[in-house]
Design a protein around this ligand. Structure first.
Ligand SMILES: C[S@@+](CC[C@H](N)C(=O)[O-])C[C@H]1O[C@@H](n2cnc3c(N)ncnc32)[C@H](O)[C@@H]1O
Length: 278
């Protein structure tokens, strides 16, 4: 596991409060990588990643879903609209909660997801109250990942599933250079740590899950950052970031670091479907 102990939770919250606008301008309503089979437009690629995860997890119509780290509500709305799921989305950012609620209301998606502003590391849900926990690119920001998986296991009904996508550290042993590349990404993207694929599998198993399927989508998703880089260069987003503060410039300047880390194997992009066994 790669650790970056200087990250603070308040900084993560501030980042999402302010950067949500950047994500919306640069990328779209989903704050996650796209998944490319060919040359499809970026919006289609973002939806493809959501669709792929939902289909691998076998999310059924009308399922109860907790969307942990829900961003602007992109996945929550997709699951409600396409599979009539009853979704509760959780985000650390009050701005995102508001954004997700207003956009769900404006688009008339039904059943309308509920959004809460809360910390995934402390939020309480009743025991065995959901069919699925869904989380795309949020666990990177959590400080005690093993404990989070223990708690999430308690929310799931027996046989319930966790569907997860995450930025991963490469597998050990990594060279000094690879470790520095992964730490640089953590600093720029506000991740207190990055687990490897085997770290995540261990955390799931220790929390009473069995791994149904897991895999790496790095080559399918890495184009995301080429596109974001081009969009930053073509627009005035960097000027806006300078006005808003150094952390926002730091974030834009780290797109190259992510691309490099993917190329060298310092980082990977992974998905996991895990089923609660006890
Ligand atoms: C990269 S965004 C992904 C958003 C969303 N899953 C999507 O795919 O569009 C990361 C999300 O994790 C949330 N997050 C980070 N730390 C969190 C925490 N401790 N509790 C709840 N949400 C958190 C952020 O607020 C943000 O919504």
């Amino acid at each position: 596991m790669i650790e970056c102990p200087n990250i603070e939770k308040q900084v993560i919250q501030n980042h999402y409060d302010i950067s949500t606008l950047f994500y919306r301008l640069l990328w779209g309503p989903h704050i996650h990588h796209g998944y490319w089979d060919a040359d499809e437009p970026s919006h289609d690629a973002q939806v493809r990643l959501t669709q792929n995860l939902a289909s691998l997890a076998a999310i059924f119509r009308g399922a109860r879903v907790y969307d942990i780290g829900c961003g602007m509500g992109g996945s929550s709305q997709w699951l409600a609209k396409n599979l009539q799921c009853k979704v509760t989305g959780v985000t650390l950012s009050p701005v995102q909660r508001h954004w997700a609620s207003v956009s769900s209301w404006a688009t008339g998606v039904s059943p309308r997801p509920e959004f809460r502003c809360a910390d995934a590391e402390t939020i309480e849900f009743p025991a065995e109250s959901t069919d699925f926990v869904w989380s795309i690119e949020c666990t990177e920001h959590l400080f005690d990942k093993p404990k989070f998986f223990q708690r999430a296991g308690g929310w799931l009904k027996p046989g319930g599933r966790f569907a997860l996508c995450a930025w991963l550290a490469g597998e050990d042993p990594m060279s000094q250079e690879q470790q520095s590349q992964a730490v640089r990404v953590c600093e720029g993207m506000f991740c207190p740590s990055l687990g490897s694929r085997s770290d995540y599998e261990t955390w799931f198993v220790n929390a009473g899950f069995r791994i149904v399927q897991s895999g790496l989508w790095t080559r399918k998703v890495e184009r995301t950052w080429e596109i974001c880089k081009q969009r930053v260069e073509r627009t005035r987003v960097r000027h806006l970031a300078k006005v808003l503060g150094k952390n926002h410039v730091l974030f834009l300047d780290h797109f190259d670091a992510i691309l490099k880390a993917y190329k060298t194997g310092a980082m990977e992009y992974g998905f996991f479907i895990a089923e609660k066994t006890k």
